[in-house]
Design a protein around this ligand. Structure first.
Ligand code: TYM
Length: 338
């Protein structure tokens, strides 16, 4: 009798930039779901330091943030046995592949990226790397033939561009890449700033007090930030997507994600209570939700050798996939492969 066909787990690739600190938007919109699904998938999670330098960085700070982010991945629950956790610049194929993709990607595709337009608007002199950022992201994903890319809403356009680049390469040089799917959560895909719920919570604004809760914030800092969250003049505590209700909706989504309660249950729980009570309860749920992460993070940061060993191992396992893929890409475009 022949064996049943082997069913491979879907391969997942995602990444976070080691700029500023991680906030609960990054956690609830991305990392938490990676953790929940790590047993069902073949996982590649990258600390994208090469993306970080598209905005000027202080070298020592970047090195520290890169280690901190890797530690946060693990502190959030990613298991280095089940996931390949690695630093982008440790796998040189990402840069090599990016160059080849540059040579098949029209500039117009990049100039219309909304994140490029908004980031470029804040820079006096716009660097080439900032424009090229999504092409490097395509290299990250396609080198691993990832089936799925779990990200927040703001990265959807970049994953769509990745699909365009994959399809273009496949058309020009023959079937080479899996065309990946963006996977965007229904709830938590766009956590909003506590100081201004019309905007998404962002790492660049997280330096402003009151904007974000960072994963490394103390319980008192968390309580202070959430107590000051901007809401509206109403009283009703219900899920409501209307722009003027974005502040309360944001608090309710965070509560929903961290308590895993259903929406009608949550609305019944808060019926007749005021916004003050909502903020107090959300703050406590966040404090308790982040407590184990903070504790594990402190432990990991006190043992840098162990962290470096995990990252070395991750780089090796990532290269085992990326290096043969890169050879195939070079062969397809006509390079002499050694
Ligand atoms: P980055 O570092 O800006 O954000 C990391 C992840 O967090 C999500 N996110 C949010 N989710 C919900 N609400 C928010 N307010 C919020 N802010 C951020 C982001 O969507 C992202 O999933 N370009 C990427 C990093 C990257 C990457 C990749 C991702 C590089 N290569 C390959 C996937 C695959 C970025 O800058 O994410």
């Amino acid at each position: 009798m022949s064996n049943p066909p082997v069913k491979h787990k879907p391969r997942v690739f995602s990444g976070v930039q080691p700029t500023n600190a991680l906030h609960i938007g990054n956690y609830l919109g991305a990392i938490r779901r990676w953790v929940q699904e790590q047993d069902q998938k073949e996982n590649f999670y990258c600390v994208v330091d090469m993306h970080a330098i598209t905005i000027p960085q202080d070298p020592e700070t970047l090195r520290r943030k890169t280690r901190e982010l890797a530690a946060l991945y693990i502190a959030c629950g990613l298991d280095p046995q089940k996931c390949v956790i690695f630093v982008q610049s440790h796998v040189r194929e990402h840069a090599e592949c990016c160059w080849i993709f540059n040579c098949i990607t029209p500039i117009g595709w990049l100039e219309r990226m909304t994140q490029y337009k908004s980031k470029a608007a804040t820079q006096e002199s716009v660097l080439t790397g900032l424009l090229d950022y999504p092409v490097l992201m395509a290299a990250d994903i396609l080198l691993y033939d990832a089936d799925e890319v779990p990200v927040g809403e703001d990265q959807k356009q970049h994953v769509e561009l990745t699909r365009d680049i994959a399809q273009r390469f496949n058309t020009l040089f023959g079937e080479t890449f899996v065309v990946p799917q963006p996977v965007i959560p229904q709830s938590g895909a766009r956590i909003r700033g506590f100081d201004d719920p019309s905007k998404k919570m962002s790492k660049s604004e997280a330096v402003n007090r009151g904007h974000a809760v960072l994963l490394t914030d103390s319980p008192d800092e968390i309580r202070r930030t959430i107590k000051r969250a901007v809401t509206d003049l109403g009283r009703e505590i219900v899920f409501n997507e209307a722009p003027e209700k974005a502040g309360v909706n944001n608090l309710l989504e965070i509560y929903e994600l961290l308590t895993a309660q259903r929406r009608p249950e949550i609305e019944a729980h808060f019926a007749g209570k005021g916004y003050g009570a909502l903020k107090t309860e959300v703050a406590e749920v966040v404090v308790e939700g982040l407590r184990p992460i903070r504790e594990r993070f402190d432990e990991l940061m006190s043992n840098p050798d162990e962290l470096d060993r995990i990252l070395d191992d991750g780089a090796e396992r990532a290269r085992a996939v990326a290096a043969p893929k890169m050879k195939e890409i070079k062969r397809k475009v006509g390079f002499i492969v050694r």
